[in-house]
Design a protein around this ligand. Structure first.
Ligand SMILES: Nc1nc2c(c(=O)[nH]1)N[C@H]1C(S)=C(S)[C@@H](COP(=O)(O)OP(=O)(O)OC[C@H]3O[C@@H](n4cnc5c(=O)[nH]c(N)nc54)[C@H](O)[C@@H]3O)O[C@H]1N2
Ligand SMILES: Nc1nc2c(c(=O)[nH]1)N[C@H]1C(S)=C(S)[C@@H](COP(=O)(O)OP(=O)(O)OC[C@H]3O[C@@H](n4cnc5c(=O)[nH]c(N)nc54)[C@H](O)[C@@H]3O)O[C@H]1N2
Ligand SMILES: [Mo]
Length: 748
């Protein structure tokens, strides 16, 4: 056996893709990664790995991997690129982006990211160093991923919560301070598949093994719903009504936690009044969940202590995502399940470390007053939506694309796209994004592989590193971890390195305080009392110590508020069931329900033409959004783009299992292979997003078959929520089916 070394590190970003933070062991031989295994000593995953991380060697050394910077030659979209040096690539980006800044102002460049890998730090850093207010998750309609839930929690209770599966404790389930949740209400999430939002789905499975009961809120049957005490099989997009119906039951039956409500909440009577508008019978008619089931599930949840709610992205994608989130926050608040072991525990970044500066003071210090003024004056959407203005620094995705298209109120001339496949999966209205982005003068894509977005748009392509090839750090909840570089592939660089170099070119004065990327890491890590190297030497991770960054009972101990008084970090110091912040933003201060914009009752005529509700994007363990279609070990498990159809429904369209079909609506048609299954309701279909075929031709017009298979061509927009956050119509689009009869049609 030849010698190899084993190095511990933490995954985040390129490779598996996800939001997790699993400890992994990298087996390295002669400078090459030969195998990955879960690290048993890491408290996050306790030795587990997902299929995507186990396939890392195939991903890293894939023949299609881009390992040198590329410059487009010939016309955009023709697929002709030539390798250039990093110096030349950086020079071209600097020159072209400075031209845009000089002529049109820094706001004419948009900096676009995908979902939250370790990109938020590097990309906001670059955006602000360049001087643009327009940092966006471009394409994600209504910013409908986590941000609506986060914004609602911040406004209503001043902090974020997660289901307590002992993840803040080093000894995990063995720590006597932890209690197992009696009940976990899993609301619009499929935990074993997705591991979203810094939460490992398998923790819920662990709790189930120890005796936790599950209440599932999901229109489909999944592994988890079939093991639930109650499965609330609601119509997609009606969770707001369901949550209000459960509040009604809990309040009217007197099942709420009176002591907690009295001491720690405001607005209970007004919430009670509002919930009276949602009696179980009425809610049953809206959601399709029998009233008896609503009552039973609400009763089980409210009479179990501790109990927790674990929620997913369908909450955000409801028409009023921030209001649905508000209703669910009221559920865990009036049952007193906050900040206690086994409940919805308050989550803060470990050791107070954040990878990017959010506070106004930090921004002023780093980039000056002018930028901060621009952030509220010129950031797209900040004027229109108070929640966009006051929560997080993101420009509003739907408004950004409309502005790129119209050039009004000011022109957008360039885009820096990093960790996002806008055309291949992120964007609703995919065709509009394509047409509009084509108009830009200059586009940089930073990625690991070509995809439809880079092929159609990139002028410069910069090759990024996987997690095994980079230094970085991670402070999304706990533990605080460092990611350590163990191998090098080609000339690839980390997102931090790339953006650090570009930031120096745009803001040389401001960048003088850091000589290297590691200096910057050390500054961000300062509140932990450790440097990057010290944390690495300690084993690579650290759990928070007792204080503001570690549960439990912090509101009682005065550890949550800046002024040190007991209570929550809101104006009233309490959980605001009646939310004064929403009120000050011109939003309904109480939760309410809005029907999806396309639905059997909202648009009956459209429903006649398109009688199926399409759910898209329920996560697969095999793929991360549009990634991994080219990785042999993964593709083998799920080779074709499937659509789940109930057998009775399929019969109506004369569709057999395994036949190819079109999914259609007024926006177009997309190919799928039928998978007949009773897992979906008769009136719904479900299909995954992110399909393109790396094996097909890249250059225009084919763009890897994206226009044949990209379901987001059918997803309408713009978002429909009054707060500006939420309301992407990814789970509630009306469609119909048609069998493809042309025997010769090429299905990829
Ligand atoms: N392997 C893998 N992991 C991932 C991702 C990935 O692509 N692959 N993506 C990551 C990202 S960015 C995110 S946001 C998360 C998302 O992961 P989740 O939050 O789990 O969301 P989904 O998988 O979209 O849907 C979860 C469940 O909600 C159900 N559902 C659909 N519509 C509704 C509805 O209207 N109401 C309710 N109550 N339920 C509904 C679906 O049937 C599905 O079973 O996963 C992250 N993790
Ligand atoms: N129909 C439908 N569409 C959806 C959803 C849905 O439920 N239904 N979900 C939406 C949601 S919640 C989200 S968050 C978006 C996600 O949308 P995206 O985040 O755009 O999804 P990905 O397909 O993962 O694209 C990421 C791209 O970044 C590259 N990449 C991965 N890691 C790194 C890295 O570390 N550095 C760099 N530079 N590049 C990297 C990948 O190769 C890939 O090309 O999709 C949305 N789209
Ligand atoms: Mo997401």
């Amino acid at each position: 056996m030849q010698h190899f070394d084993v190095y511990p590190t933490v995954t985040w970003s390129a490779g598996p893709g996800c939001h997790g933070g699993c400890g992994q062991k990298l087996y390295v031989q002669d400078g090459k990664l030969i195998k990955v295994e879960g690290d048993e000593s890491h408290p996050f995953n306790q030795g587990r790995s997902c299929p995507r991380v186990l396939a890392l060697t195939q991903y890293m050394y894939h023949p299609d991997r881009i390992t040198q910077p590329l410059k487009r030659v010939g016309k955009r979209g023709q697929g002709n690129f030539e390798p250039i040096s990093w110096d030349e690539a950086f020079d071209i980006c600097e020159q072209r982006m400075k031209q845009i800044r000089d002529r049109f102002g820094a706001e004419a460049m948009v900096f676009a990211q995908g979902t939250g890998r370790d990109i938020g730090g590097p990309i906001s850093f670059l955006t602000y160093s360049y001087g643009s207010p327009n940092w966006s998750q471009l394409g994600l309609s209504g910013q409908s991923c986590y941000t609506p839930r986060l914004g609602a929690m911040k406004a209503v209770m001043g902090d974020f919560t997660v289901t307590d599966c002992s993840q803040f404790l080093e000894k995990r389930y063995d720590d006597p301070a932890w209690r197992r949740p009696e009940v976990i209400m899993v609301w619009g999430q499929n935990p074993p598949n997705g591991c979203p939002d810094a939460f490992m789905g398998h923790w819920i499975v662990d709790c189930m093994r120890m005796g936790t009961k599950i209440i599932s809120v999901d229109p489909r049957h999944t592994w988890m719903t079939t093991r639930s005490a109650h499965h609330l099989q609601l119509r997609p997009g009606t969770g707001g009504a369901l949550a209000l119906g459960m509040l009604n039951v809990i309040i009217e039956k007197d099942l709420y936690d009176k002591a907690f409500v009295e001491k720690w909440t405001v607005g209970f009577n007004r919430l009670r009044q509002r919930a009276r508008d949602y009696p179980p019978d009425k809610v049953a008619a809206i959601t399709g969940v029998p009233s008896k089931t609503i009552e039973a599930a609400a009763t089980l949840y409210a009479t179990s202590k501790p109990a927790a709610v674990h929620w997913g992205v369908p909450v955000d994608m409801e028409p009023e995502g921030t209001s649905v989130a508000h209703a669910i926050i009221c559920l865990w608040s009036i049952t007193g399940n906050i900040d206690l072991p086994g409940g919805n525990v308050i989550a803060r970044p470990s050791h107070g470390v954040s990878s990017y500066p959010y506070s106004t003071e930090e921004l002023v210090e780093l980039y000056g007053e002018d930028l901060v003024k621009k952030l509220t004056k010129k950031r797209i959407g900040a004027d229109t939506y108070p929640m966009v203005k006051h929560f997080r620094g993101w420009a509003h995705p739907d408004m950004v694309i409309d502005q790129i298209d119209s050039g009004k109120p000011y022109p957008i001339k360039g885009a820096w796209i990093q960790t996002a496949n806008i055309l291949g999966g992120q964007a609703a209205r995919a065709r509009l994004h394509y047409e509009a982005l084509k108009k830009l003068d200059f586009v940089v894509v930073v990625d690991l592989f070509h995809n439809p977005t880079s092929m159609a748009l990139a002028d410069i392509f910069l090759p990024a590193a996987t997690f095994a090839e980079k230094n970085s750090f991670r402070a999304w909840w706990a533990p605080l971890s460092v990611i350590q570089k163990r191998v090098q592939v080609g000339e690839c660089k980390s997102d931090w390195e790339i953006n650090f170099e570009m930031a120096k070119r745009f803001n040389p004065e401001g960048m003088k305080k850091w000589r290297t990327v590691e200096d910057l890491f050390n500054e961000r890590l300062a509140s932990s009392g450790m440097t990057f190297r010290q944390l690495a030497e300690k084993g690579g991770w650290a759990m928070p110590e007792d204080g503001p960054f570690k549960p439990y009972h912090r509101h009682e101990r005065g550890l949550l508020r800046k002024d040190g008084r007991p209570g929550f970090e809101t104006d009233s110091g309490k959980v605001e069931l009646y939310c004064s912040t929403y009120e000050s933003w011109g939003l309904d201060p109480l939760p309410h329900y809005v029907e999806p914009p396309q639905s059997p009752t909202a648009t009956p005529d459209l429903f006649k033409k398109y009688p199926l509700i399409m759910i898209t994007g329920a996560r697969s363990q095999i793929y991360f959004h549009s990634e991994h279609r080219g990785i042999p070990w993964l593709r083998e498990k799920e080779p074709d783009p499937l659509v789940q159809i109930h057998p009775d429904t399929a019969k109506n369209y004369a569709i057999d299992d395994g036949e190819w079909v079109y999914i259609k609506n007024d926006l177009g048609r997309v190919k799928r292979k039928a998978k007949l299954t009773r897992k979906v309701h008769r009136s719904h279909i479900q299909t995954r997003h992110g399909w393109w075929l790396p094996e097909r031709s890249g250059p225009e017009p084919d763009l890897f078959g994206v226009w044949d298979y990209q379901i987001n061509q059918l997803i309408p927009g713009p978002q429909c929520s009054s707060s500006g956050f939420g309301g992407g119509q990814y789970k509630t689009t009306l469609v119909t089916l048609e069998k493809i009869t042309d025997a010769g049609a090429n299905h990829g």
